[in-house]
Design a protein around this ligand. Structure first.
Ligand code: NAD
Length: 282
C-alpha cells in the first residue's frame, strides 16, 4: 500500500465516548439529570435489531438511560404517533430515535415530523435540517456529523478544497454536502442520475460515498492525496461486510486517507448519537 493512511473510526469514536462519559457524569453531578435516549423499533429486521442493541449498549456504557420501545411489524401509524407523543412529554427522555427503515405501510416523514425538534437526536426533523441549511446547526444528523469529524482528523482547515458527495439521501448525502459547504469547500453532489461519476469524483480532495452500491468507487474515481470516507454498509454474504469503495483498488493511490468497512464511519454514527443526546439533555 503506497503511503496510505487508514482512518481508524473505532479508535476515534472510543475517545469521543470516553469524553461523553465524563461529561455525562458532570451533568449528573451538577444537575441530577441523567440523559435518556428512547429508541423506537418497529418490526423484527435482524439488521435493525443489531443496530438498536448497539445503540442501547453504547448509551448505558456512557451512563445514560436508554429505553427501547419495540412495536410489532403491523403496528399502525397511529400507534407509532401515540408513542412518540408520549415520549415528547416524558421528562426522562431527552432524545428520541426512530430506527429506520420503517415498514412499507408507514409514512416515515409523517413519523419524524411529530418528534419534538429538541429531542430529534437523529437530526432528521425538517426544523433541524432547515437549521443546517441556514448554518444555525441544532441537531446535526449523526452519520454526516461523524464523517466530518473523521475528515477533520486528517485535515483541520478544509477551506477551498473540492469535495464530492456521492449519494443524496436526506439521511446522509444531503446533510453531508451542507456540512462541507459550511467548511468552505466547493461541493459536487453526485447521485444515481449523475451522467459521469468518474468525472464528478476524480478531482475531489474529499470524497464521501453513501450509496449502498458495493465497490462502486474504484481507483479511477480517486485522486492521489484524497480523503475517502466510505459510509456504505453492504452485506455480501452471511459474514462479509463491504463498503461502497473498492478498498483494495483505492489503496493503490498515493497519499490517500481512507476509512475501512467495518471500523470506519459506523462507530462514529453511534458516538455522534450519544453526543446529540448529551447536548439535548444539557
Ligand atoms: P439511500 O438509498 O437513501 O440513498 C442512496 C443514494 O445513493 C441516492 O441518493 C442515490 O441516488 C445514490 N446512488 C445510488 N446508486 C448510485 C450510483 N450508481 N451512482 C451514484 N449514486 C448512486 O441510502 P442511504 O440511507 O443514504 O445509505 C447509503 C449507504 O450508507 C447504505 O449502504 C447504508 O447502509 C449506509 N449507511 C451507513 C451508515 C453508517 O453509520 N455507517 C449510516 C447510514 C447509512
Amino acid at each position: 500500500m503506497p503511503d496510505i493512511r487508514i482512518i481508524d473510526g473505532r479508535a476515534i469514536a472510543s475517545g469521543l465516548r470516553d469524553d461523553i462519559t465524563k461529561k455525562t457524569r458532570i451533568l449528573m453531578d451538577e444537575t441530577g439529570r441523567v440523559p435518556g435516549l428512547a429508541v423506537v423499533l418497529v418490526g423484527k429486521s435482524p439488521a435493525s435489531q443489531i443496530y438498536v442493541a448497539a445503540k442501547r449498549k453504547a448509551a448505558s456504557d456512557t451512563g445514560m438511560n436508554s429505553y427501547v420501545h419495540l412495536l410489532s411489524e403491523d403496528a399502525s401509524e397511529a400507534d407509532i404517533l401515540r408513542l412518540i407523543e408520549r415520549l415528547n412529554t416524558d421528562q426522562n427522555v431527552h432524545g428520541i430515535l426512530v430506527q429506520l427503515p420503517l415498514p412499507a405501510h408507514i409514512n416515515k416523514q409523517k413519523i419524524i415530523n411529530v418528534i419534538t425538534p429538541a429531542k430529534d437526536v437523529d437530526g432528521l426533523h425538517p426544523y433541524n435540517l432547515g437549521q443546517l441549511v441556514l448554518r444555525q446547526n441544532t441537531a446535526v444528523p449523526c452519520t454526516p456529523k461523524g464523517c466530518l469529524y473523521l475528515i477533520k482528523s486528517i485535515r483541520h482547515d478544509l477551506t477551498g478544497l473540492k469535495a464530492t458527495v456521492v449519494g443524496a439521501s436526506a439521511l446522509v448525502g444531503r446533510p453531508m454536502a451542507q456540512l462541507l459547504i459550511q467548511e468552505n469547500c466547493t461541493v459536487t453532489q453526485a447521485h444515481s442520475k449523475t451522467a459521469d461519476l468518474v468525472d464528478a469524483c476524480k478531482d475531489a480532495d474529499i470524497l464521501v460515498i453513501a450509496t449502498g452500491v458495493p465497490n462502486l468507487i474504484t481507483a479511477q474515481h480517486v485522486k492521489d492525496g484524497a480523503i475517502v470516507i466510505d459510509v456504505g454498509i453492504n452485506r455480501i454474504d452471511e459474514c462479509r461486510l463491504v463498503g461502497d469503495v473498492d478498498f483494495q483498488d483505492v489503496t493503490s493511490k498515493r497519499n490517500c486517507a481512507i476509512t475501512p468497512v467495518p471500523g470506519g464511519v459506523g462507530p462514529m454514527t453511534i458516538a455522534m448519537l450519544l453526543e446529540n443526546t448529551l447536548e439535548a439533555a444539557t
